[in-house]
Design a protein around this ligand. Sequence first.
Ligand code: MF3
Ligand code: CO
Length: 253
Amino acid sequence: MILIKTAEEIKRMKESAEILSKTFGLIKTMIQPGIKTKEIDAEAEKFIRAHGAVPSFKGYQNYPASLCISVNQQVVHGIPSDYALKEGDIVSVDGGVYYKGYHSDMAYTFIVGNIPPITQKLVTVTKESLFKAISKIKEGVRLGDIGSIIQQHVESNGFSIVRDLVGHGIGKSLHEAPQVPNYGTRGKGHELKEGMTLAIEPMVNMGKRHVLVANDGWTVFAKDGLPSAHFEHTIVVRKNEAEILTSYQYIEN
Ligand code: MF3
Ligand code: CO
């Protein structure tokens, strides 16, 4: 069942999302050569807890950290570690905040120093696909419409949609119905209604779409070893548009 949130619930989700968005502002300042991904995780956790919130991911199905940090060919669910970022890396950071009973979820792919133009294009196209999808969302749009917009933009640029992982409803639980695939057919799937809250999260591979899970049981990586990018926002469906609850403003301004 897809839950419809009340105005009060959405207000709390917005507060949760604001803490998460500010956490990403802090993360941005730490992205530089030499920093260990577990150092980023530790600072983000401190920041979230200092705001009276809890990192959504820590302990979720025994996940051991507050962020997922996935570098280069890693797609999602990378566990923060002793790995030190280096010039030329792309770094997908995914975070969740639980506040006043509600979750928010967002992701951003950062760039460390200079990267090849094709990798820059991968990151740009992935982000564009997220915003293209969000710009089409309003009451009455179907899940297949969202998936198809993302798929079309990504594939027309020569990249691949990861299909083994999807976006999702979000609210009192981190993952609620419905699943939100990043591929699909126009006119198919559930119809969106005002008050539904969704995490939209395209995961895009430079090479083929196939992924594997590492021996740590979490890290999803591209089978062909080529880079992968990930962007995510938590949104609420409104009558005539989507309202984006999370924000990149603290990263980009
Ligand atoms: N952010 C991921 C998602 O979008 C969830 C991470 S799984 C966790 O669904 F275990 F790390 F929490
Ligand atoms: Co998510």
